[in-house]
Design a protein around this ligand. Structure first.
Ligand SMILES: NC(=O)c1ccc[n+]([C@@H]2O[C@H](COP(=O)([O-])OP(=O)(O)OC[C@H]3O[C@@H](n4cnc5c(N)ncnc54)[C@H](O)[C@@H]3O)[C@@H](O)[C@H]2O)c1
Length: 257
């Protein structure tokens, strides 16, 4: 039975992924703030370290798959929390759990990024420098100076950085025998999207962001792509980002890929 750790397993895409993988015979170790197997706050260094230790304990040091879904939307304050969960939370779990994954059976990992990852390219991402330096203090300063734009900057900047972090790890993870990819969803019907729609600062903008397939994805549709990427049929897919966005990236950037 494959053992799979999932962050953000209590809700939305993480909960749908848990259900899909359990139906396929996985034993799932869920991580979330509450309502899962391991309670941990991935916005803090202590919470990330506790989550890694608890997963290693629960799987006995050998993990087959890892899915990182934990994340927060642009409305969360302070905006530094968005970077803390979406970037630092994900990267800490990737690096901390690689040794356990290396011992797994045909191991693989998927990080849930976003179409927003391409809205702020790395060479224009003001958070790129302090993220590379791991300087959370400098990130806070940049976000405070951004004022009303801080939530969007933190969300797009952290999603861009987490996709870059996956791509930068492709050689080390390939050498370790562990496949690693990202998925980039558009709007998915989850509590995270609803909180954005309900926020007076972001609601209209999100409503205006209509994909060529003009509806929101269901979490189960994202879960099925994640399950595919984890499994043997995706055995040569490594270091890539798969958009699952109803065509919105192609519509917005037809010549860039
Ligand atoms: N819903 C969308 O439209 C959409 C679009 C693109 C990308 N995404 C990404 O998909 C991922 C899953 O989001 P979702 O839409 O399923 O949202 P969701 O709110 O349903 O689920 C996110 C989960 O992450 C957990 N979480 C948040 N902060 C945490 C913390 N500090 N420590 C531990 N767990 C924490 C939450 O408790 C929740 O269970 C996120 O990374 C999000 O950025 C979502």
């Amino acid at each position: 039975m494959p053992i799979t750790a999932i962050s953000g397993a209590a809700s939305g895409i993480g909960a749908a992924t848990r259900a899909a993988l359990e139906a396929a015979g996985h034993r799932v170790i869920g991580i979330d703030l509450r309502g899962s197997d391991i309670a941990a706050d991935l916005s803090t260094p202590e919470g990330r370290a506790a989550a890694i230790a608890a997963v290693i304990d629960a799987c006995g040091g050998t993990l087959d798959h890892l899915v990182l879904c934990a994340g927060v939307g642009p409305q969360v304050e302070p905006a530094s929390t968005i970077v803390g969960v979406n970037y630092f939370g994900a990267v800490a779990l990737l690096d901390g759990l690689l040794p356990a994954l290396q011992k797994g059976n045909t191991p693989s990992a998927v990080v849930v990024s976003s179409v927003a990852s391409v809205h702020l390219p790395w060479d224009q991402n003001p958070l790129a420098g302090p993220i590379t330096a791991g300087d959370e203090g400098a990130i806070k300063q940049i976000l405070e100076a951004a004022g009303e734009r801080s939530g969007q900057l933190a969300y797009a900047g952290s999603k861009n950085a987490v996709t870059v972090a996956v791509r930068q790890r492709v050689k080390i993870w390939g050498d370790a025998g562990v496949r690693l990819n990202t998925v980039a969803p558009g709007a998915v019907a989850t509590p995270l999207l609803q909180k954005g729609l309900d926020d007076p600062r972001y609601g209209q903008q999100i409503r205006d962001f209509v994909a060529p397939i003009p509806r929101h994805a269901q979490p189960a549709e994202i879960a099925s792509l994640i399950a595919y990427l984890l499994g043997p049929q995706a055995g040569f897919i490594h270091g890539t980002q798969m958009f699952i966005d109803g065509g919105i990236d192609a519509a917005m950037r037809p010549t860039q890929f």
